[in-house]
Design a protein around this ligand. Structure first.
Ligand code: AMP
Ligand code: MN
Ligand code: MN
Ligand code: MN
Length: 287
């Protein structure tokens, strides 16, 4: 079964609409897909209205939260998208995004980059505003020469645009996911650039809070990383998830459904869900 449990649409910072994303996932041979936009399920809600799906959609979301001084992402899978408390919490996250964006705009203005918030808000439109929109502002205005440079200089961890004040604690977010019947997955554990000791402390807290899985594969990564993360799963009694983290077509991001399989010995995150509605297309039924 080809599983991709991490990707983005135009509801957050992806460039494909939910319908375009699902069509591409189908082309790429994905059997089971979770759309995991940042702090919104609007992309998933739109996708589940589509007719003639040949893949299974799992309800997902990628939630921003903090642990200590680090911004971390927790993916909620198989959540109940209609759960009123989850909906209320998502709307809180969305307000937090707007507040944070205003603060980022103020901070950039102090550096002489005027008008960043208005520009980013216009780019974001109805989607979740985030740092990628500010990166586009800096690029379009000629303040940086690439999106990557915008993150390196102004928006990445520890830089002026890295505003964390508005996010909830990771344990709170895990509780929301569990409260809506979902499974909490720590996204891309190696993106946080933590020491091994710090990462273990995060995993201890995450597991104690009810976190159930680690993203053992996130996009293109080396086999060493995959093995290391699968060992951490075993040590902390966590299941394993995988996803492309697809945002847009092109070399900057991984393609949908091309990550390969979880290492043997990992407990797939979906194994505790009973039957996921797997389609009877080619490849369905294996794991
Ligand atoms: P936010 O959700 O607003 O905190 O922004 C985080 C998002 O920025 C991530 O999900 C990525 O899509 C994007 N991002 C982070 N670092 C980079 C980078 N170096 N280059 C391009 N995009 C990035
Ligand atoms: Mn993103
Ligand atoms: Mn993420
Ligand atoms: Mn993501």
């Amino acid at each position: 079964m080809n599983v991709d449990f991490h990707c983005h649409t135009t509801a957050s910072d992806g460039s494909l609409s939910p319908a375009e994303l699902v069509a591409r996932a189908q082309q790429m041979g994905v059997d089971c897909l979770a759309i995991t936009d940042h702090d919104t399920m609007d992309g998933y809600l739109e996708a589940r209205q589509l007719q003639d799906l040949t893949l299974s959609l799992v309800a997902g979301v990628e939630l921003s939260c903090i642990w200590g001084k680090s911004l971390v992402h927790v993916v909620g899978l198989n959540v109940d998208a209609d759960c009123p408390s989850l909906k209320a919490l998502l709307s809180k996250q969305q307000n937090a995004r707007v507040q944070r964006a205003q603060l980022i705009g103020e901070r950039l203005a102090k550096l002489g980059f005027e008008g960043a918030y208005d520009y980013a808000a216009k780019l974001a439109g109805d989607s979740q505003i985030g740092r990628p929109h500010f990166a586009r502002f800096l690029l379009d205005k000629g303040y940086v020469s690439s999106i990557n440079q915008a993150f390196k200089r102004y928006l990445g961890a520890g830089k002026v645009g890295d505003v964390k004040l508005t996010w909830p604690h990771v344990s709170e977010v895990v509780q929301w996911i569990k409260g809506s019947g979902g499974t909490a997955v720590l996204a891309h554990p190696l993106h946080y650039k933590m020491t091994a000791t710090k990462l273990r402390a995060l995993l201890t807290d995450f597991a104690a809070a009810g976190g159930a899985a680690l993203e053992v594969i996130n996009g293109k990564q080396t086999g060493d990383k995959t093995r290391y993360l699968s060992e951490l799963c075993e040590q902390f009694g966590l299941a394993a998830s995988l996803g492309s983290d697809f945002h847009t077509i092109g070399p900057a991001w991984s393609e949908l459904g091309q990550m390969g399989k979880l290492p043997a010995g990992c407990q797939p995150v979906w194994s505790s869900w009973g039957n996921i509605p797997v389609i009877q297309a080619s490849g369905a039924g294996e794991s």
